[in-house]
Design a protein around this ligand. Sequence first.
Ligand SMILES: NC(=O)c1ccc[n+]([C@@H]2O[C@H](COP(=O)([O-])OP(=O)(O)OC[C@H]3O[C@@H](n4cnc5c(N)ncnc54)[C@H](OP(=O)(O)O)[C@@H]3O)[C@@H](O)[C@H]2O)c1
Ligand SMILES: [Zn+2]
Ligand SMILES: [Zn+2]
Length: 352
Amino acid sequence: MYKAKAYSAAAATSPLASSTITRRDPTEHDVQIDILFCGICHSDLHQVRNEWSEVMPTVYPCVPGHEIVGRVTRVGSAVTRFKPGDLAAVGCMVDSDRTCPECRAGLEQFCANMTLTYNFPDKHLGGVTYGGYSDSVVVDQRFTLRVPDNLDLAGTAPLLCAGITTYSPMRHWGVTTGKKVGVVGLGGLGHMAVKFAHALGAQVVVFTTSPNKKDDALRLGADEVVISRNSNEMQKHTGSFNFILDAVSADHDINAYIQLLARDGNLTLVGAPEKPLAVSAFNLILGRRSLSGSPIGGIAETQEMLDFCGAHNLTADVEVIPIQKVNEAYGRLLKADVKYRFSIDMASLKSE
Ligand SMILES: NC(=O)c1ccc[n+]([C@@H]2O[C@H](COP(=O)([O-])OP(=O)(O)OC[C@H]3O[C@@H](n4cnc5c(N)ncnc54)[C@H](OP(=O)(O)O)[C@@H]3O)[C@@H](O)[C@H]2O)c1
Ligand SMILES: [Zn+2]
Ligand SMILES: [Zn+2]
């Protein structure tokens, strides 16, 4: 075992602060990674503040972070896929049982014995796993991803959650040329959804509560931007979408979006607000529309997404911050004031 630097929250109401944690030394299948950048996902904020207490209560101290990019420093004796000096990335999962039908289908995100990157029982050390707001991490090579070498690293980190979480449902629901796709909420996930839907050839409409994001949405690949608080603008799109991805982090009216779906259209929730959302049965019945959710993506699909980003030279638009500004960044996330993902430069932690 060794000591690593990290930022952790001691309680739901405490700010994140500098601390020291214990990591395992790499076992034979493990890779140790010196973390260069870690994205700030709104899930980190939900989890740190224990907003998902009914589904996954937070264990303190909590070290969040599941959008990790870094360089390999040590590998175990059985590691074949990485060597010291390689770039590597880690997303929301660090382990699973690898034997169940979900794992065998490459859908580790549905494995009943999957281990999330933070706030999940740690099979090696006991306690809970600690995430990427840290100077290093140790992960099994099977849950470590390869980073295309043409991509900007600060903008690559957010692909590990915001990227895969939006890419996966779009692939599942057949987003392609000729489809009309809506993206609700232009934050970290939403802006990646716009980039992917555009790259996949769809007609993309962004729904935002922030009029000042309109020009950015068009630049990111939207064909049209609707200010969602304007019901006249919303109604023009009634019954027209094949697919809508809802990436909103707070309470909002999803019926306003369900009625924009065409026959057999689907609205997938990736946003995970604290409180349940009300659904109008008739909005689903009339039009045989469906409402579903989607969690992250499997390891093979995460690698596919990274390779897709490499081929299309696509990364997140980031504001790079030192870790000392993490609490300020959380405050700005709550005001929907981020363009469009914070990426922590972990050099700032090493110099502490
Ligand atoms: N399913 C999964 O596997 C998964 C993975 C990662 C994250 N998530 C969840 O996805 C959600 C989004 O995460 P994120 O990191 O993209 O968050 P984010 O960067 O904070 O973006 C959320 C966006 O939602 C919109 N919004 C915020 N408050 C709103 C309100 N009261 N009414 C309407 N719109 C509002 C804003 O967009 P506009 O300014 O454009 O309106 C905001 O930028 C979070 O709940 C997160 O936990 C789920
Ligand atoms: Zn996330
Ligand atoms: Zn499994």
